[in-house]
Write a protein that binds this ligand. Structure first.
Ligand code: PNS
Length: 163
């Protein structure tokens, strides 16, 4: 039986930490679906279409990585897609409490779905989408922390004065 994993998140925007986890997941599982949550935030910086486009641009060459969107309960989506595993990245102890709560709640809702935690490479352990947006908006350099397309789109947003 092949193993299908779902890597859910807001991805606003996709960071190199996410890219690292997805690449690791693609090596470990037969297929991994990057599932972008619709309406994660009321006013995301990147629209759903932009987030999908960025992820497809980065993972277009990976035949076992699929980019999709979902709304509603994550476990319902995972079941609908006939996946067995939820992948989440763990960066630091500070992530643990929330991730632990989510994993146990999801386990209670659908006991057959397993959550697997993966560590990103050390150099990405401090990156978050929130920090990327804040640092870039305030004029800081995020080169090497996000895919090039994200950097380009962030620059466009500054030019358009969206951020
Ligand atoms: O990238 P994020 O914002 O940390 O991802 C959080 C996400 C999307 C995994 C979580 O908010 C989620 O699963 N939302 C869907 C609604 C749901 O199932 N909520 C109950 C989780 S126990």
């Amino acid at each position: 039986m092949s193993t299908l994993a779902v890597y859910p998140g807001s991805f606003d925007p996709l960071t190199n930490g996410h890219v690292d986890i997805i690449s690791r997941g693609a090596r470990l599982f037969d297929r991994i679906i990057v599932a972008i949550l619709v309406n994660a935030e009321k006013s995301p910086l990147f629209s759903m279409e932009e987030r999908v486009e960025i992820a497809r641009d980065v993972f277009g060459q990976h035949r076992n990585v699929e980019i999709d969107t979902f709304a509603g309960l994550l476990v319902d989506y995972v079941e609908r897609r006939k996946a067995q595993v939820i992948v989440r990245g763990l960066r630091a102890v500070s992530d643990f409490e929330f991730e632990f709560q989510m994993a146990l709640m999801n386990q209670r809702l659908k006991p057959k779905i397993e959550t697997v935690f993966m560590m990103p490479a050390e150099q990405y352990t401090y990156i978050s989408s929130r920090l990327i947006k804040e640092v870039f908006t305030l004029g800081g350099r995020v080169h090497g922390l996000v895919p090039e397309l994200v950097e380009q789109r962030l620059r466009e947003k500054v030019r358009e004065k969206v951020v």
